[in-house]
Write a protein that binds this ligand. Structure first.
Ligand code: FAD
Length: 494
């Protein structure tokens, strides 16, 4: 008889694990509390505009493809990748902008326009971080660490030293690149895992470096096309996904996970239970007895570090803005101070932000001659209870952001061309997706909360219970969560 797997949550982690297990012969049922699937990687449709709700930057294309080849499927039957070039257009408050192209010849031209010294430094930084990435990928990202011996063996320790993560992203970047504009461009991307570039380990400089060396991609229809592709493949294998199904408890008997109970007291039994719901939320709410939480009791959760959150403005525009590229950054005055605010419980007054305008290359996301624009600002998570999230907060952030946006040459009239506008707040992330503390990226990937020190994929306290997603090993980001699904499937197959 087939083994059965129950997956709580249809985020990227839940769906990709479902597909992998189905391809290994499991009977898989996914239960999702929302009425749509995808979790935070979701979609906001307001005709004629289609927005990706959160994730938009597609790095590590090969990992996206690997999920399909793992299931013996041809990704081309499901997905259409489009090249993004320039990878970024970076605007600065003083009116200057730079394009960071895939083409090394024009990239060097841009860098030399800053200074030859910075251009040489930039290339040296790429080279050093590239080497660290190869080591991290071989020794940490693609491995699980269940026991201390797995992590503390000499080869892992040697590799950890070679990744030289002990300085901050800013310290590493500024060692090679002296120009402040280039530094800020690189530092902003190290923020993508929700950790400060001025405090977080320098390993996260691999974000800008991978984007440059492996390129960025767009999926036709937006990032949500990946969710739809997984859904189609899951259905083709006979898996089921039930939406509007709020799981209330993971049922545990004799130290073994045996099923789930819904908010309506329905019980479903299974051989393995995998929670894709945010790990600290799972520990706090779905596992009822302290005996089954291992070390992740309320006290431990309270003392862990959490990533920052985001405030997103979605604008439907009735005019084309060729001044924008697909991925853009706006670096405002007092960059460091305003970034630090997101980690110290203060709202930014001069926000720097990421701008996503997929309709620059993808007409399938719009039905008029206009643009879909998402503006993503880093803000404190809900553990900072001095920030009250209400309409005034939204307005404050919205007005500061739009007035900065109007500094970009050619975007001065943007406010007159808005025909749709809405926001996503940390509160929405908490209420809609049970993101613990309303964070954007789950547990912060600090040195003390990565690799062996990050929550493991297999419960140490309860048999047949597994976890997948941003807050467990290897960490946040769509491609990293896809790796998490590969590792958890390997654990289950063992
Ligand atoms: C603003 C923002 C921007 C981002 N940008 C990028 C980007 O550009 N590129 C990138 O690679 N990554 C990006 N990320 C990160 C990426 O979106 C996440 O790492 C990824 O989507 C997380 O997937 P997941 O499977 O871990 O969890 P989730 O998406 O959180 O999925 C968990 C699922 O579990 C469900 N659930 C929770 N509790 C229950 C319950 N009790 N019963 C039933 N279901 C439940 C939730 O509703 C949800 O669907 C971004 C994230 C945010 C927030």
């Amino acid at each position: 008889m087939k083994k059965s797997a129950i997956i709580i949550g249809s985020g990227i982690g839940g769906l990709s694990t479902a597909l992998r297990l189905l391809s290994k012969g499991f009977d898989v049922k996914v239960y999702e509390k929302q009425n749509t699937i995808g979790g935070k990687t979701n979609q906001l449709v307001n005709e004629p505009f289609t927005f990706d709700l959160t994730a938009s930057i597609l790095m590590n294309k090969e990992i996206y493809k690997e999920v399909f080849s793992y299931a013996n499927l041809d990704y081309k039957d499901y997905l259409e990748f489009m090249k993004v070039d320039p990878t970024y257009r970076c605007f600065y408050h003083d009116g200057i902008h730079y394009d960071f192209t895939r083409d090394i010849v024009s990239l060097i031209k841009t860098l030399e326009s800053v200074s030859v010294k910075d251009s040489i430094g930039y290339i040296k930084l790429l080279s050093e971080v590239y080497e660290r990435y190869i080591i991290a990928n071989d020794h940490f990202l693609q491995k699980t660490f269940k026991n201390p011996v797995d992590f503390f063996k000499p080869s892992s320790i040697m590799s950890a030293f070679k990744t030289k993560t002990f300085s901050t992203s800013y310290e590493l970047i500024s060692k090679y690149v002296k120009d402040e504009k280039l530094q800020n461009f690189l530092c902003y991307q190290a923020l993508y895992v929700g950790i400060s570039p001025f405090e977080g380990p320098s390993i996260y400089t691999l974000v800008p470096v991978i984007s440059q060396l492996y390129g960025l991609w767009h999926l036709k229809g937006g990032m949500y096309s990946y969710v739809k592709a997984l859904e189609k493949a899951i259905h083709n294998f006979g898996g089921t996904i039930t939406t509007n199904y709020n799981v209330d408890e993971i049922l545990i008997s004799d130290g073994k996970a045996v099923g789930i109970k819904s908010k309506d007291n329905e019980i479903v039994l299974g051989d393995v239970i995998i929670s894709n719901a945010d790990f600290p939320y799972t520990m706090d709410s779905l596992i009822k007895s302290d005996n089954h939480k291992g070390k992740y009791t309320a006290n431990k959760l309270e003392n862990m570090k959490y990533s920052c959150s985001t405030f997103i403005i979605y604008l439907g525009l009735k005019k084309k803005y060729p001044q924008l590229s697909v991925h853009n950054l706006y670096i405002n005055i007092n960059f460091k101070e305003n970034i630090d605010f997101a980690f110290t419980g203060i709202l930014p007054t001069a926000p720097s932000f990421y701008l996503y305008c997929p309709t620059r290359i993808d007409n399938s996301m719009i039905n008029i001659n206009g643009e879909c624009l998402s503006i993503v600002v880093r803000v404190p998570n809900l553990f900072f209870n001095n920030v009250i999230w209400n309409e005034n907060t939204d307005r404050f952030l919205r007005n500061n952001t739009i007035s900065a946006l109007k500094n970009i040459q050619g975007l001065e009239d943007i406010e007159e061309n808005i025909v749709y506008e809405s926001y996503l707040t940390p509160h929405d992330l908490k209420v809609d997706f049970n993101s613990y503390g309303g964070t954007a990226f789950g547990l912060s990937p600090t040195l003390n909360q990565t690799n062996y020190f990050r929550p493991h994929l297999k419960s140490n306290a309860v048999k047949n219970l597994y976890f997948v997603g941003s807050s467990v090993h290897p960490g946040p980001g769509v491609s990293i969560v896809l790796l998490s699904s590969k590792l958890v499937t390997q654990e289950i197959m063992k």
